[in-house]
Design a protein around this ligand. Structure first.
Ligand code: NAD
Length: 482
């Protein structure tokens, strides 16, 4: 495949910029695409266009907006293979994973919001004593700035795009500079589906240039961001003078708690997935496993044996479970934690065996699923988000103890609990500081239920209904009847 040249998508047209960035194929380390290195001028143009498209889109009946979004979903679905291959090439994940999770979930996001907003109702009340009738009306906020990360590129972008569009906002979006290709292709789908020009605009580039310009733009009153906790601090500061609506979905350090009575036949395969799926590069991945003392050694032996079986290699191969990590720098960062483990005298149970890669992948950013034990609770391995295929396994004795240890980090995104005792499941789940607790499962997601982090994992508790509220302003109209 020859090198792809991504262009910004503004006012329904593809437009170039002065400077371009290299985008690497993580599975080979080769440059495979050029990405616009957009800055203030490109963002200003996109915001201006989005602002002038706003009034018409906001007054387009929701049923009409819904029809266009359903068409986008259908067209995207009809190009599943193509999008899955591009997503895999861009991010390093196995093609089968992009095909079974990322792209279908992007289609689902579009369909879900396109239909759920059709059933959204306004509120009303009649104040008998004064004979006054109150009712509410929801209005879109304006130009929405959407900033998304690289780990689930199209899935997370559409999780913002869909509620923003269906509620009548226009959009300036900036996907991660490391994974911009599928968003650029989605713009093609927008045009085929008949989305009016200017409703969605993509400005590609880096966070400090394009992202910051969106966040600080006075004509962007609402910003939805998914990414790292450190970046979010910068966004909070940048947005502060403008009183913007801000949604932040951030990092995690998710505990998995496995009790003596857990059904290991179910727990081990799911925990392998929750630890290592997408190379461990999912904000919801489990990265510290607390295992009750009675089954600690049995669990560890079986878990390590399964981790060793996972095939690391060419994302195109259907046998590959672990593809390439996103970048050379990120691989070095993740491996840095293994070095810390060694320096601290922890035991590296697997992950350092030589890789057996096809020739073309030898320059890619691969590492084996890595399991580490004998780590202290205060180690950086246990407190910091690693965001790679590295999991620490720690023994525990009592319920109270494990709850305290699981809660002793600054993050609070997700957790898993494994037990066959329903009391244990509820008691522990209720006491964990985590936005989502999965009991005897992982990543089972109902978009009607609130999603998001506690503590430094984010601000939003976004069910589909909450997302619709986030992208709208609700006003009350009070009419005195007599
Ligand atoms: P990141 O914070 O580096 O970047 C996220 C996005 O923000 C990118 O588009 C980036 O270009 C942009 N950005 C960077 N600096 C910016 C700035 N100063 N102003 C405006 N935009 C800026 O995160 P990442 O490395 O792309 O993604 C990984 C992180 O995202 C992890 O911490 C992961 O846990 C988190 N994440 C969270 C969720 C969730 O739902 N909570 C989902 C996926 C990923």
């Amino acid at each position: 495949m020859s090198e792809i040249k991504v262009q910004n998508f503004i006012d329904g047209k593809f437009v170039g910029t002065e400077k371009y960035l290299d985008s690497f194929d993580p599975s080979t380390g080769e440059v495979w695409a050029k990405i616009p290195d957009s800055g203030q001028t490109d963002v200003d143009t996109a915001v201006k266009v989005a602002k002038s498209a706003f009034e018409k889109w906001a007054s387009t009946p929701v049923a009409e907006r819904s029809k266009i979004m359903m068409k986008i979903a259908d067209l995207l679905e009809s190009r599943l293979d193509e999008f899955a291959e591009l997503e895999s090439r861009d991010q390093g994940k196995p093609v089968w994973l992009a095909k079974s999770v990322d792209i279908p979930r992007a289609v689902y996001n579009l369909r879900f919001f396109a239909t759920c907003a059709l059933h959204d109702l306004n509120r009303s009340s009649h104040m008998q004593a004064v004979d006054a009738f109150n009712y509410t009306m929801k209005m879109p906020v304006g130009v929405a700035g959407l900033i998304s990360p690289w780990n689930l590129p199209l899935y997370l972008l559409t999780f913002k795009l869909a509620p923003a569009m269906i509620t009548g906002n226009t959009v300036v979006a900036k996907p991660s500079e490391m994974t911009s290709v599928t968003a650029w292709k989605l713009a093609e789908v927008f045009n085929h589906a008949g989305l009016p020009a200017g409703v969605v605009n993509f400005v590609f580039g880096t966070g400090p240039n394009a992202g910051d310009a969106i966040v600080k733009h006075p004509d962007v009153p609402v910003v939805s961001f998914t990414g790292g906790t450190v970046t979010a601090v910068k966004l909070r500061i940048a947005a502060a003078p403008y009183s913007k609506k801000l949604s932040l979905e951030l990092g995690g350090k998710n505990p998995g708690i496995i009790f003596d009575d857990a059904d290991l036949e179910k727990c081990i395969p799911t925990t392998i997935r929750s630890s290592f799926m997408n190379q461990g590069e999912i904000c919801l991945c489990t990265s510290r496993l607390y295992v009750q003392r009675g089954i600690y050694q049995t669990f560890l032996d079986r878990f390590v044996a399964e981790a060793k079986k996972l095939v690391v290699g060419d994302p195109k191969s259907p046998d590959t479970f672990t593809g390439a990590l996103i970048s050379k720098e990120h691989l070095a960062k993740v491996k840095g934690y293994v070095t810390i483990a060694r320096q601290e005298g922890a035991t590296i149970l697997c992950g350092e065996e030589p890789l057996n890669l096809p020739e073309r992948n030898k320059t890619g950013y691969f590492m084996r699923p890595t399991v580490i034990s004998d780590v202290g609770d205060s180690s950086r391995l246990v407190t910091e988000e690693i965001f790679g295929p590295v999991v620490c396994v720690l023994p525990f004795d009592t319920v109270q103890e494990v709850i305290e240890r699981a809660n002793a980090v600054k993050y609070g995104l997700a957790a898993t609990v494994w037990s066959t005792n329903v009391n244990t499941l509820h008691t522990v789940s209720q006491k964990l500081h985590a936005g989502t607790v999965w009991a005897n499962c992982w990543m089972v997601r109902d978009l009607n239920m609130p999603f998001g982090g506690m503590k430094e994992s984010g601000t939003g508790r976004e069910s589909a209904k909450d997302s619709i509220e986030f992208f709208t302003e609700e006003k009350t109209i009070c009419v005195k009847l007599n």
